[in-house]
Design a protein around this ligand. Sequence first.
Ligand code: FUB
Length: 332
Amino acid sequence: MKYRNLFLSIVLGCSTSLCAQNASSAKETSGNPIFEGWYADPEGVVFNKEYWVYPTYSAPYDEQIFMDAFSSTDLVNWKKHPRVIEKENISWLRRALWAPAVVQENGKYYLFFGANDIQNNNELGGIGVAVADNPAGPFKDALGKPLIDKIINGAQPIDQYVFKDDDGQYYMYYGGWRHCNMVKMAPDLLSIVPFEDGTMYKEVTPENYVEGPFMLKRKGKYYFMWSEGGWGGPDYCVAYAIADSPFGPFKRVGKILEQDLSVAVGAGHHSLVKGRGKDEWYIIYHRRPLGETAANSRETCIDRLYFDKDGYIKPVKMTFEGVKASPLKKSR
Ligand code: FUB
């Protein structure tokens, strides 16, 4: 191997590390998964013209006590940022650190997470928020306790998505166990405030909803998306609704992502990021490779997502190739 590399270096006229760099920049597509390891529930987001993905570490619940993040300038080459949040920084975390949602606001980064997989209102856990000065962390729990710690309207407090409307108002959509609530965030993003009608929690559950809500505003419409089916099985999938308001009603239109027996099963719990083009969208989601049956064998993938001319979302074609580069920064 040593002599083969030396030979290649001489022929190509480059040092081994330079060759490795060239090989990486020559990669034409991201491939799927976009990074190695079992990772689920990926939150894709753009910070400072870089793509970031924050997934759940997909493992037995007692081992889910940290999160890694990944960043990319082009969607093709990904850099791992290990342990951007971990047990030492959340005093009340015991297990099941799940499904991050990350936003940049007030000069800081806020990472919302689900923890402890509570089964009733006597258990300590729910949705928490951690803050950092840098998207790579370290994120530290801001409250010393959960932000939402009760099962309200039947919704397990997990799987939050934090959405900023055009007027600057943040809302959080969240919920497992087939129920979805929304709450209104205070400007500090560390507390929730009542809606105009005085209520704190609004149930907005669409038909077939199970968990994993996501919201996108595009061309004045609110695209609300969620996961259906059981995450441990092959039928897990993503569906959506289109509304004129962030409050809904969210009338189910149809599925946009589901298993493809020639590619993978259990595809769901997604997010969307916008590329450099005017209406260029990517779906980042997890799926289970063919032949894998363990619930936690989930990998993070990316594919293109297209809207049709009437504004409906076309079903996603899952691929092994992934996507081509879409750098947001001008190359120097
Ligand atoms: O990864 C843990 C859980 O799996 C998430 O919270 C669910 O949405 C499911 O994807």
